[in-house]
Design a binder for this molecule. Structure first.
Ligand code: AMP
Length: 396
């Protein structure tokens, strides 16, 4: 794997694609800076070598032109604090001003470019736009795992302008290595825990995992599609009515492949989608009319936890309930505890990005698992066996 470790950046200008798409509150305060801290090792290595760093990223979903709320200038001061040095800012990611700022950058200095997505060419993967960006640095580094599944100008197309000078940053390398640990010769028992709202989003991954895992745990909103397919009543729980056959075929495939499929046996039900709702416990398939399942129940917690605690490899993607609400986070927290126990006993645990990462962070348990991925969609696609454009562009 071509990583930044393989060269010295002394006297060079590194153009690094990072993922600084951080959440900001209404006063532009960063509410979670994980994505920024995750990129620091790569930036520091290059600065310590005696190189200069030009950072490019997207932020939010601008409509193709500049928008104040999506300006990366809001993160300059926090990035300067994290690096312990003043970071310069270019208020356009391409053009004469950006080029002259990049050119004037001295050893050990850092320049952050304005939001790439202020140009619609970024997401279109426009070659001319990529070429303009490429003028800013001598070496291209991709450390943005969260967008590696997109063939955007800055994540993939740009690499062709650096045929002999393109590398993975440390974050990208760690993400890929940890995903590989799960995909190849994972110690058994191997348990995958799938949750979240929709089974349709994760179907390809689930099918792929059936060839690898010993246990497949399904919780969260997606479990109600299975309960309904099994002929149960689910009240007003989340369901994908057009995916009932799919659920039945997954149950069948699991059986054929000798995978133990675990579904919830009981549920925390509520009379409204609210933290103030009235709650009760109901057996799976026996949820009364006008009630909805919003978390796994106590019997399910025991059942799932035992399997997780006995595992040697764990992949977790998707919460067990509506963990954003205090009343319905118990199941997700219990599974996080079981993953932590297994990890403590020597298991390798990988937490897929997105909501499972948010849940683990909310419980303050990020250090109790083996690795928390920064990529939601990117990790899913990599695990499904797809070639990520951002990875291919460096490897080619
Ligand atoms: P996903 O983005 O598909 O991974 O889904 C994550 C979301 O699923 C979170 O926002 C959870 O609140 C939600 N979720 C989990 N369990 C349920 C449930 N039983 N009913 C409704 N939403 C759920």
């Amino acid at each position: 794997m071509k990583t930044v470790d393989q060269i010295s950046f002394s006297g060079k200008k590194a153009l690094i694609r990072v993922d600084f798409n951080v959440p900001l509150d209404e006063n532009y305060n960063i509410t979670d800076d994980n994505r920024m801290t995750a990129a620091l090792p790569t930036i520091k290595k290059i600065l310590n070598d005696g190189g200069a760093v030009i950072l490019m990223s997207h932020l939010g979903r601008p409509k193709g032109g500049p928008e104040e709320k999506y300006s990366l200038k809001h993160i300059v001061s926090h990035l300067s604090d994290l690096l312990g040095q003043q970071v310069q800012f270019a208020d356009d990611c391409i053009g004469a001003a950006a080029e002259s700022k990049a050119k004037a950058l001295g050893k050990g200095e850092v320049l952050l470019l304005e939001n790439l997505r202020f140009y619609k060419e970024e997401e279109k993967g426009d070659k001319d736009f990529a070429e303009k960006l490429s003028k800013l640095g001598d070496i291209y580094v991709n450390d943005a795992f969260g967008t590696a599944h997109r063939a955007h100008a800055s994540t993939a197309i740009i690499a062709q302008f650096f045929p002999n000078a393109k590398y993975f940053g440390y974050l990208m390398a760690a993400e890929l290595q940890n995903a590989e640990k799960i995909l190849n010769n994972a110690p058994k028992p191997f348990t995958a825990i799938m949750g979240g709202s929709k089974v349709s989003d994760k179907i390809e991954l689930i099918e792929k995992l059936l060839d690898k895992v010993d246990n497949l745990i399904i919780g969260g909103g997606m479990a109600y599609t299975f309960a309904k397919a099994d002929g149960g009543t689910i009240g007003t729980s989340l369901v994908e009515a057009d995916k009932l056959d799919l659920a039945l075929s997954l149950v069948k495939k699991a059986k054929e492949k000798g995978v133990t499929l675990l579904l919830p046996v009981d549920n925390v039900i509520a009379d409204a989608f609210s933290n103030d709702a009235k709650t009760d416990i109901a057996k799976t398939g026996k949820i009364p009319d006008n009630w909805m399942g919003l978390d796994i129940g106590p019997e399910t917690i025991k059942l799932f936890s035992k399997v997780v605690e006995e595992s040697k490899t764990i992949l977790w993607n998707g919460p067990m309930g509506v963990f954003e609400m205090e009343k319905f986070l118990v199941g997700t927290k219990a599974i996080a505890d079981a993953v932590a126990t297994a990890t403590d006993n020597g298991a390798f645990s990988l937490i897929g990005g997105g909501d499972s990462a948010a849940a683990v962070a909310k419980f303050g348990m990020t250090d109790d698992v083996s690795y928390v991925s920064t990529g939601g969609g990117a990790l899913l696609e990599y695990m499904e066996g797809k070639e990520l454009p951002g990875v291919k562009a460096i490897n080619d």
